[in-house]
Design a binder for this molecule. Structure first.
Ligand code: BG6
Length: 486
């Protein structure tokens, strides 16, 4: 069920208003929505945080922190945008502070509560909001990841939130679902008749999903060292990408129809036992190296990383989906910080032709591949075989290139802008439902437990490389290789 958009004025309350996510992503995204006329004139943005600030101090902070990040700096529009802002100093556990928040919201407004705080605070904030009478049938809550540390903690948060907000009022955000190319993948798969018959075993040989970052842990060591790459990236972003690739066609784009199909994929994922974990997963941690020509420290030398930390900054693994469509098709997932290039991509590798008259010719064994690049640029390319001009029948791979940038002139909103507008409009399709999130933890928990039991340090990889050698070996054992060419 989708919340009905109402004509009431909108108050967006952001908890964790001084935090990174808020000034780096949310405010710039809301500004873009403002510039492009996607926020109603009456919409206000109320920052809530522990800082002893008034409105003016918050506006100064946003001016300094967020303004340099804007893609379309525009003096007048920015000033207008700042007029929407307000601030209430809130200590999450203090009832009196919520009374002041109540006073700052307009009577009868539709309220969106964006919890951009540590998840440990979610329960208290929801309880306090309710006690202060701030929640009604139109209210929505947005929950940032990580939602829990494992299945029991995720369930505890979900139970606590559910005491105050119905499921259809709860928006569990995974910003990868807001990326243009990810949404486009659905259209590519389901809007083109040529792919559907081939989108399965045995016509697809393997799927690779890579999210490689060049950044290190930065100033987030306190959070990251407790979290690691499996919880930070794989349990959510990479699994959601896997779901979009692997799910059956939903009967409609209604939130529950899409989410039912994603849930089935998550439930069909093979739960790894100790032998699988040893054979099909690789943990890594970066050491000092060079990224894009700059020397960078190793993870253990980063500020606030405990000495001898065993937290993984890289994961590669082979997942498997137990259903008729994907029987025997490996899904290779890989993510890491401080890698050679920033690149997020999905590669669908098709099977070889059943019989090749070109056997023995160079490149005769190169399979067709669909390469969907999410970052840094968005593109979709289909690698085909063509005859190399000249004598003989030499085969050469060439790309059919869906150049989306030049084919579509419209503006491409950033993921957070798109998802924030979905919240405002009450559209839940690109948010995770409770059972999906819990199914993802059910798959991730045994891997985390297996690693803890093995108690082996992560494999070292130099910053600026593609991760530990064991990651290539994981692929090579099945005759594959990560795409590191383009
Ligand atoms: C976040 C993770 O969810 O996603 C970060 O917590 C990571 O560690 C980020 O850097 C990557 O997002 P994007 O959109 O830059 O690929």
């Amino acid at each position: 069920m989708t919340a009905t958009p109402s004509a009431a004025p909108l108050d967006i309350v952001i908890f964790g208003a001084a935090g990174d996510l808020s000034w780096r992503k949310l405010l710039p995204a809301l500004f873009m929505a403002h510039v492009h006329g996607r926020l109603d004139a009456g919409c206000r943005i109320i920052g809530a945080g522990r800082q002893p600030w008034d409105r003016a101090a918050y506006v100064r902070f946003i001016e300094e922190a967020s303004r340099p990040l804007l893609k379309e700096p525009d003096g007048t529009a920015w000033q207008r945008f700042l007029e929407r802002l307000d601030f209430v100093s809130v200590d999450a556990g203090q009832s009196a502070d919520y009374a002041r928040l109540q006073a700052a919201c307009r009577p009868g407004s539709t309220k969106v509560f964006y919890l951009a705080t540590a998840p440990q605070l979610f329960t208290t904030i929801c309880e306090q909001l309710d006690q202060a009478g701030l929640i009604d049938a139109q209210s929505r809550v947005v929950l940032e990841k990580p939602l829990g540390h494992d299945l029991p903690s995720a369930q505890a948060i979900n139970d606590a939130v559910a005491r105050h907000f119905a499921e259809h009022q709860t928006y569990r955000i995974d910003h990868y679902l807001g990326k243009e190319t990810v949404q486009n993948l659905l259209v590519l798969r389901l809007g083109n008749a040529i792919f559907e018959p081939l989108w399965r075993a045995p016509y697809i040989r393997s799927v690779q999903i890579t999210v490689a970052e060049t950044v290190g842990v930065g100033s987030r060591a306190g959070f990251y060292d407790q979290t690691g790459a499996l919880r930070d990236m794989v349990q959510n972003h990479l699994l959601q990408l896997l779901c979009i690739v692997a799910m059956e066609a939903p009967i409609s784009l209604d939130p529950d129809d899409v989410r039912d199909e994603k849930l089935k994929v998550l439930r069909s994922l093979h739960r790894m036992g100790p032998a699988d974990i040893r054979q099909h997963t690789v943990r890594g941690q970066y050491t000092a190296g060079t990224v894009q020509g700059e020397p960078v420290p190793g993870y253990q030398q980063e500020a606030n990383v405990p000495l001898h930390s065993q937290t993984e900054t890289f994961v590669a693994l082979r997942a498997h989906i137990h259903n008729a469509r994907w029987a025997g098709v490996p899904f290779f997932l890989r993510t890491g910080k401080r890698m050679q290039k920033r690149r997020s991509e999905i590669i669908i590798e098709f099977a070889d032709p059943p019989f090749s008259v070109f056997a023995g010719q160079p490149n005769a064994q190169r399979p067709n591949r669909l390469v969907i690049t999410l970052q840094p640029e968005e593109s979709i390319q289909l690698q085909m075989m063509a005859k190399e001009p000249g004598s003989g029948m030499n085969l050469k791979p060439v790309f059919l290139n869906l150049d989306l940038e030049s084919a579509m002139s419209g503006r491409r909103a950033e993921a957070y802008e798109r998802l924030l507008i979905d919240v405002v409009k009450g559209r839940l399709t690109h948010f995770m439902r409770r059972d999906e999130l819990e199914a993802a933890w059910r798959w991730a928990d045994p891997i985390l437990a297996g690693w803890a039991q093995m108690n082996e340090p992560p494999r070292a990889y130099a910053a600026g490389t593609w991760g530990p050698a064991a990651s290539s070996a994981l692929m090579a054992r099945e005759g594959g290789a990560w795409n590191e060419e383009i």
